[in-house]
Design a protein around this ligand. Structure first.
Ligand code: FE2
Length: 417
């Protein structure tokens, strides 16, 4: 039995102690009695692990060092370049890239990842590789796989059959990209079929939806209507929805009412979309962000995500969710103190809700002892200082443990001067 004392538990300010036994939280509270091992956290912030609910592990690092940079910086050039690159893809390449990406994410305190996997490939190379990894790595990371038709559900011939095959193989989520289909009608029909497939296979839905600056791109409205009618909103996530940041307020307000009814979820990728969107603008340049703050106030779950790491869509990224949160709250104006005090929800609980893993997620007695420790005394300080993750614990075992950074050089300098 191990006891952590002097903990500042996110969302539970009354409790200062955490008792862990046999890989699970035994108790959370105060004066929890003796334990074989006691760890003094010195008042540091304890959170459930970071969740990255939107990543592309099959093409992570694909844009590195090949001279294949995306010159225009647009979504469409990214898709074209990936389409060329993936012709030489093997399961080994995907496996190697994905492991490297997972290592990066884990080293920053992530333990739950939803990755899209391109199924517009007759061999389903990425899906095969990632299904194996999902099982092999389950003790250190929870992986969820989206069957994602990157080159279009209709635009890529045979994608519908490939998606069904991927779902039969065990994909957890059905994906889509309606704004990339060849017409509005094709986009709408793709959503109808994807929703039907998801219900048939009893899987969740996560659509790349309106990832553009076009205020008339209305696939979010269509997706929401389809899942509202079928009472499937809480199983559904609209990723990106950048254009919803460009629509008229009167339209947005109408839609917010419908989102409240459906309880559809949202994922915003602040760094990725700040990079990709606004490319057709001169000035002012749009931020590429959906209405994060308004959706949160509306009672919908919104999570932030990394999306890409050094691929054809985005040249940066390192799996550090603190960087994503920092960018996201700036771009969304989510910077009132009351907002920052709960902003970690966007990279923890909301992502867990979206992935529907809440029953085994969170710092509560009986749940698996999965948590991280940050080098800060509270949420506001953690965000202000972009605090480092000092430890990541999974089923009671350390994935890693680090010493806090010291500032000795600066102190010596100040003492001398
Ligand atoms: Fe994506």
């Amino acid at each position: 039995m191990r006891k952590y004392i002097n903990a500042t538990i996110y969302g539970n300010p009354e409790s200062r102690e955490i008792l862990v036994e046999n890989g699970r939280f035994k108790a959370i509270g105060n004066d929890l009695g003796n334990a074989g091992e006691v760890v003094d956290l010195g008042g540091r912030l304890v959170l459930p692990p970071y969740v990255d609910p939107h990543l592309h592990l099959d093409y992570i690092f694909s844009g590195l060092g090949e001279g294949n940079a995306n010159v225009s910086g647009t979504l469409f050039e990214g898709i074209r370049r990936w389409s060329e690159n993936k012709k030489s893809l093997t399961e080994e390449i995907v496996r190697e890239r994905a492991i490297k990406g997972i290592q990066k994410e884990l080293s920053h305190g992530v333990q739950f990842i939803r990755t899209h996997v391109d199924i517009t490939d007759p061999n389903l190379t990425g899906m095969k590789a990632l299904i194996k990894l999902r099982e092999e790595l389950k003790d250190i990371v929870t992986l969820q796989l989206v069957a994602f038709p990157q080159e279009g559900f209709f635009r890529y011939k045979g994608a519908e059959q490939l998606m069904e095959k991927a779902l039969e193989m065990g994909a957890d989520v059905a994906g889509g990209i309606p704004h990339f289909e060849i017409s509005y009608e094709h986009g709408v029909e793709s959503l109808r079929r994807i929703v039907d497939l998801a219900i048939k296979y009893k899987v969740m839905i996560d659509i790349h939806c309106d990832e553009n600056d076009d205020p008339n791109s209305r696939f979010l409205e269509v997706l929401n209507a389809l899942v509202l009618e079928k009472d499937y909103g809480s199983y559904t996530t609209a990723s990106h929805t950048c254009s919803f940041g460009s629509v008229e307020n009167s339209y947005a307000n109408k839609m917010l009412g419908l989102f409240r009814e459906s309880q559809i979820n949202f994922i915003s990728c602040p760094t990725e979309n700040a990079h990709l969107q606004g490319r057709g603008d001169t000035y002012p340049k749009r931020r590429g962000l959906t209405r994060v703050k308004e959706l949160l106030e509306n009672g919908n779950h919104v999570a932030f995500a990394q999306d890409s790491i050094a691929d054809y869509w985005y040249p940066l990224g390192n799996g550090n969710m603190m960087n994503i949160l920092d960018n996201g709250i700036h771009l969304a104006h989510y910077t009132h103190i009351d907002e920052m005090n709960k902003a970690f929800d966007l990279i923890t609980y909301h992502g867990a809700h979206i992935m529907r893993v809440s029953d085994k997620y969170g710092i509560e007695a009986g749940k698996p002892a999965n948590f991280i420790v940050l080098d800060a005394q509270d949420a506001y300080e953690a965000i202000r200082e972009r605090a480092e993750v000092l430890a990541s614990i999974r089923n009671g075992e350390y994935l890693f443990k680090r010493e806090p950074r010291k500032n000795e050089l600066a102190i010596e300098f100040l003492q001398q001067s």
